[in-house]
Write a new protein. Structure first.
Length: 244
């Protein structure tokens, strides 16, 4: 039983040159479950490298900023006019405001469900639970549990939210680390230091940092996070995979 995470995009706030904004593919290989988690610019193109989009079990959209949900339009266009419709509408678990931001509606491609703080949803063999973060718009961190273990994703958040809100026993913490300590105080995001500290306090076993601004040095953010976490820290990169 294995739960895997493939990075489809990890640039913060906008896609850098040759990169992609936030997006991840979660797969539980026990039952073939596949979840597209955030759909920032460039992630639909990368999703097609690893998964048949029409076979997705669900889509999770953590908030309405387009660097996390904008590629949904491309997927719907492809399904309607090019690659064909899915066997049944794909469930979209979305934070408040996302559906309106992307002009989403229930149809033969997507079936929309709004999720809020504390809500739980089952997607095949995966159990998802959502937590409201510290961001400029309603944003949902998500914990994903299956028989292989637990993964937590911060989505976008400032330090007013803690990974502890996702509960104990997280095997892999995927946490935004948008910039270095020099930018601390910028609203709605965390530095590498803050990401490492919140993951350490939660007791997470492993930390992967993501959502770095393309203009900020990757090594500096990772070094801050590792010092605060007190253990190994990996940096997300397009195409990089992690498993539980």
């Amino acid at each position: 039983m294995t739960l895997t995470l493939t990075v489809l995009g990890c640039d913060g706030s906008h896609a850098g040159a040759g990169g992609a904004a936030s997006g991840y593919l979660l797969r539980s290989w026990e039952r073939g479950t596949a979840v597209w988690m955030d759909a920032g610019a460039g992630t639909f193109a990368n999703l097609q490298r690893y998964c048949d989009p029409l076979a997705l079990s669900a889509i999770v959209l953590t908030h309405r900023h387009l660097d996390h949900c904008g590629d949904i339009d491309g997927f719907v266009t492809a399904a309607r006019w090019v690659i064909g419709l899915p066997p049944r509408p794909i469930a979209v678990l979305a934070a408040p405001g996302v559906r309106e931001a992307v002009n989403g509606f229930d149809d033969d491609v997507l079936e929309w469900h709004e999720v809020g703080d504390g809500d739980g949803r089952d997607v095949a063999d995966l159990r998802l639970r959502f937590s409201l973060t510290d961001h400029m718009v309603p944003t949902m961190a998500v914990r994903v549990d299956d028989a292989a273990g637990a993964l937590g994703y911060s989505a976008d958040s400032g330090p007013g939210w803690s990974f502890e809100a996702l509960g104990p026993g997280v095997d892999l913490a995927l946490c935004e680390a948008t910039f270095t300590v020099d930018h601390e105080g910028s609203p709605g995001h965390m530095s590498g230091r803050q990401a490492g500290a919140t993951a350490r306090r939660s007791g997470a076993r492993r930390l992967v940092i993501t959502h770095r601004w393309p203009t900020v040095g990757a090594g500096a953010v990772a070094a801050e996070a590792a010092e605060a976490f007190g253990g190994r820290v990996d940096s997300a990169a397009v195409g990089r995979g992690f498993s539980l």
